[in-house]
Write a protein that binds this ligand. Sequence first.
Ligand SMILES: *[C@@H]1O[C@H](CO)[C@@H](O)[C@H](O)[C@H]1NC(C)=O
Length: 448
Amino acid sequence: MVMEEQRRPTVAVVVLGDIGRSPRMRYHASSLIEEGFNVNLIGYGGSEIPELKKYPGRISVSYVKDYISVTAQGMSRIFLYFIKVFALTLSLAWALNWRRPPLCVLVQNPPSIPALPVLYLYCLVTKAHFFIDWHNYGHTILSLTLKPTHPLVSVCRWVEFHFGSRAVAGFCVTDAMRADLNNHGLERVATLYDLPSPAFKPISDEEKAKFLLRIGELYPKAFCCEDGGKKRVNRFAQLSEIGTAELKAERPGLVVSATSWTEDEDFQMFLTALETYDAQAVQNKVIAELVVVITGKGPLKRKFVEIIDSIPWRRIVIVTPWLSAEDYPRMLASSDLGVSLHSSSSGLDLPMKVVDMFGAGLPVAALDFSCLEELVVNDKNGIVFNNASELHAALVKWFKGPDFKNPNAGNTFHKTYRDNVKRFASRDWHSHWSDIALPEFKKFVSNP
Ligand SMILES: *[C@@H]1O[C@H](CO)[C@@H](O)[C@H](O)[C@H]1NC(C)=O
C-alpha cells in the first residue's frame, strides 16, 4: 500500500504566498490528487490548509520562510528588496526536494521574483517539467507602488516573460491575458477560468433569515433588533410563532461589497453614489432603504470609516464588519446585490470576489475595466458602471420598487439576472480543470 502511494507521480505546487490563502493553487492541488497525482505544496505558512486533512498520505507541505518584509522608502527600500530576494531564494531552494524531485512543478505567478528563475533552474537540474499558472503580472502590480518607469519594473517584466517562455505549459485566468502572453511569444498557454469554491452557493430563504437574525445581534445599529434584545425580530427577518425563521415582507435592500481597502479600489466612488442615492431615497419613497455591508481589512479602512461616519445618512446604514470564513459566503447568499470596485493592474485578470458572489447566486454591479466582460455581462448577470453616477443609477434600478425582495416571482430583470448567474455558477472547477489542465499534465505521464 505504502509502496503504491510512493510510486504515484508527484507535482510540486508552488506559491510564494500564504498557501491557505491561495485558493486557486489549492484547487489545482485537489484536482491533481483527484486525478491520481501526489502533491507537494510549497509556500508560506500562516493559514490552515484544508486539503491536508482531506487527502491524508497524498499531499505534503514544505514551508518557505519570508524573513523580511519591505516597508521602507527610497534607496533603503531597494536595498531591502535585494536582501529579501536573496533570503527568499535560499529559503525556497531549501524547501525544494532535490533528492526525489517531482515530475512537474506548477508555480503561481505573481510573485515572479525569485520564484520563476529559481524554479526554472530547479527544473533544469532535476529534469522536472515547468508549468506556470498566470494569475496576473508581477510587473504591473509593482508599477502601482513604484513608478512604471522604475528599473525594477523592467527587470521584473523581463524575468516574467523570459522565464515564462521556458515553461512547457501555462494556464491563465482570462482570454485577454492569454492573448497578451501570446503577443509576448508565450504560445503554450490555456485559459483556465476561476470558478467559485463549493462554500459559495445559494441558500434558502429560511437559512437567509436565520443568518440575518444572528448577524443582526452582532450589528444592532444596522440590523436594528426591534424587540428589546429578545432576538426574535430585526429589520430583515423574524421568528414565527412556531419558531421558524422567515424574511420580513417589508425590509431594506441589502448590498454587500468586499475590499482589501487599498489604493487600487476607488471607494470614494461608491460613497459618492450612495450619497446621491440617499438624497433621492428621502424624496422618493419607492426607492428602498439600504443596509450596505463592506467587509475586509486593509490600510485605508480607518480613513474611510471616518468619512462614512461623518456623513449624515438618512436612508442608508453602512457597516464594516469582519466576517468569518463561514459567514462571508452566507452574507453574499443573503444579499440583494454585490458591488465590485476591483480594477485590474494589468487589465487582464478578473475579480475573484465577483466569482464568489456569482457562486452564492448574487448578481453584481461591477466597475468596468478591459476584460470584465469575460465575467460580468452588462444587463445579463450584472450591471457594469464607469463612474459614481452610473453606479448610482445601477443602485436605483435595482432597488426601485419591491421586486428585488422577490426575485423569483414574476418576470422582472431581477429574475433574469439571477438565472444567468446560476447558469455561470453551475460549472464546476474540477471538470473545467480536467478539460483544460489535465491533458497538459498527461503529456508527461500516461497513467498517474
Ligand atoms: C460616466 O460615464 C459615462 C459613460 O462613460 C459618461 O457618459 C458620463 O458622462 C460619465 N459621468 C460623469 C459624471 O462623469
